[in-house]
Design a binder for this molecule. Sequence first.
Ligand code: ATP
Length: 274
Amino acid sequence: MSDTYQPDGMTASPPRLEVRDVTVRFAGLTALDAIGFTVEPGSVHAVIGPNGAGKSTCFNVLSGVYRATAGSVRFGEAELTALAPHRIAALGVARTFQNIALSPRLSVRDNLMLGRHRLTRAGFVAAGLRLPSARREARLHGERVSEIAAFVGLAGRLATPVGLLPYGVQKRVELARALCMEPRLLLLDEPVAGMNGGERREMAELIVAVRESLGISILLVEHDMGMVMRLADAVTVLDFGRRIADGPPSEVQDDPEVIRAYLGAAGESGEATP
Ligand SMILES: Nc1ncnc2c1ncn2[C@@H]1O[C@H](COP(=O)(O)OP(=O)(O)OP(=O)(O)O)[C@@H](O)[C@H]1O
């Protein structure tokens, strides 16, 4: 991994994310029931819970895809609950998806350039006419893309169409694309789902590198308990839309209610316990 990539000036110290009393109801079903937690600046915070606990709903509220029925989400001074996804992204909140959301026919470089879209100042017409200002801007974005690709270990793959890459590498491209938005808070939705052991270890190392080298706050939803316990500074546990535990991993994993929730889920679905 390269050490030349640094966050831009805006990312020097990320704001605190404060989720307070957030409720989401879907036609009679309460997917989130007045949940709250705080992501401290520069920390790795995990949201875990059995299937259907409300983890994805929580992510969708934070990124503006779902509107909360009640409650507030503050990112520094900004209230996120009333904002559209592109406005939230503009504040420096970037996300990856559970299922890869890249353009498989485009090269890694082109996918990463799409990640820089919100930072592009040259208008559509200037870019289309290839005016000098637009060319200069494209060159700077291209250099930044190269730095970020090197940071995540993709320098040699920039010209490769994403669809030809192994799954674990595609997940790294997704993370790189999110970094291309120069985020201050990164939302990672099951970053190691579907990966083999080696790919999981590499992704875990990359997440640590992002936190340590860039100081970006990271909020992740993850089923791999071993990874959560090793990586996270703090863990929030959801079950049936309620917050049942919140704290450092060492405390949360011994919490009787957490053990009960996971044992119950394992009894129904055969999933691993924490
Ligand atoms: N758009 C929606 N419309 C109706 N119900 C929904 C919607 N999205 C989620 N739900 C319901 O809300 C509850 C929480 O779902 P959610 O996907 O947030 O859980 P999860 O913890 O992410 O689960 P998993 O681990 O399986 O991804 C579930 O009962 C789900 O069926």
